[in-house]
Design a protein around this ligand. Sequence first.
Ligand code: PMP
Length: 377
Amino acid sequence: MEEGGRRGIPSLLNSSSSDEHIATDITQLVGWTPLIELNRIVRKDGVNARIVGKLESYQPLCSVKDRSALRYGQICTHMLSIVQCFNISADHIVKLGYFMIILINGSYSVIPIFRMIEDAEEKGLISPGVTTLVEPTSGNLGIGVAYNALLKGYRFIAVMPAEYSLDKQMLLTYLGAEVILTDPTLGFQGQLDKVEQIKNDMPNVHHLDQFKNAANPEAHFVWTGPEIWKDTAGKVDIFVAGSGTGGTISGVGKYLKMKNPAVKVICVEPAESPPSRHKIQGMGPGFVPKNLDISIVDEIITVTAQDAMANAKRLAREEGLLVGISSGANLAACLKVASRKEYEGKMIVTIFPSGGERYMNSDLFAQAREECSAMTF
Ligand code: PMP
């Protein structure tokens, strides 16, 4: 495999084969997740397009949100990913304040560096031991932030709806975060109202705000997009992804369209989007977030939670891929796109945002739970 992330960070700039390949920090393992072609499902359904999934459960804390959460100033890692994406040497990068200047083929590119925690620290907005970080989350970003908060000495409060999987609540607690549950009938607004209440009731609270913070889509523009472009050898025709904060689809979509304006970007939305509740955790907050760049979205496809779960199960049983509910939603949308005549022979790339084991206490595992609880010895 290529160098990069868990597949070769330690082949750090110009290292030789006798060098150690050992990461010294998990932030060095963020990025460079593998792509897999869904040959069995495609063959079974008789569609003539290629469907490729990007397995974000291969991130250190097992979801696509590690990219946004763990990207808090590991400039070395950032520079390394640039070096890998653009195939240039480290000598061609200069960090200047909040910008990175890269020299490629005789011309300069300036890339801003956004860092969710360290930026706020440098601006004097937060400090370890004093500030409490707070974030409304479906759980996955929170899990990444929880580790960072622990590492840097911040108290962290994750605010999530009570119906989101117990698995994520437990993981957050296990990682030292405090979890505050909100009334699921109030949807995302209920989470935001709780954050406001915490800010009013407690001193020194800072809301990282993944729905607005530019570090979120930027992580996908600098990492996820270039990874897809490189690993598909630029053959990607259509990119399909669900939107929660909009970070993934906006960052990847912007990058792919920059490389090839003909790339189509398709956004997946829960059919039961709020105000009615839906069960595709992480997607469809019920409003258009600042981080969702609608100008790069060519089409929206809706998927029911039932369809999403059926397709997540297909991925497990037919391809051996243990993925979460939103991954199933993305596959359902890909299959709709793949069956269109105009997309025959095209390559559809999608994201599988998280691993299936994070949903064992959700409806995704309802049947398995029931079967197992009826077992005796
Ligand atoms: N699926 C899952 C499981 C998620 O946790 C998220 C993030 N909320 C998404 C999809 C959507 O990703 P994004 O926030 O980048 O739009």
